[in-house]
Design a protein around this ligand. Structure first.
Ligand SMILES: [Zn+2]
Length: 98
């Protein structure tokens, strides 16, 4: 049953791509679909996608503006930003040295 083997491999790539996408703050479901539809290419796309947003970011809790993780103040509304519980980009990236 070559079909079954292919499905197993595709699911493996789908989960891999989905996890990579999720870690980067993107959609788990979106990358699951992409990586499942085009297993190797989808996973590679997820990995490349990470390189474009390897700078950690977070949303301002007051106005929702996306700021850099290391910003102390929101550049739009001036809210003092605590270190966030969740970042918008990769958690696998090197922690911000401060
Ligand atoms: Zn703000």
């Amino acid at each position: 049953m070559a079909g079954g083997a292919y499905i197993s491999i595709a699911l493996g790539f789908a989960f891999g791509g989905a996890i990579v996408g999720k870690i980067k703050g993107s959609s788990f479901f979106l990358w699951f679909l992409i990586s499942g539809a085009v297993p190797v290419i989808g996973l590679l796309a997820a990995v490349c996608y990470r390189s474009e947003r390897d700078e950690l970011r977070r949303e301002c809790p007051t106005c929702g503006r996306v700021c850099k993780l290391h910003d102390a103040l929101c550049v739009r509304c001036g809210t003092e930003l605590e270190f966030p519980e969740r970042a918008l980009a990769s958690e696998a990236a090197t922690p911000v040295a401060s």
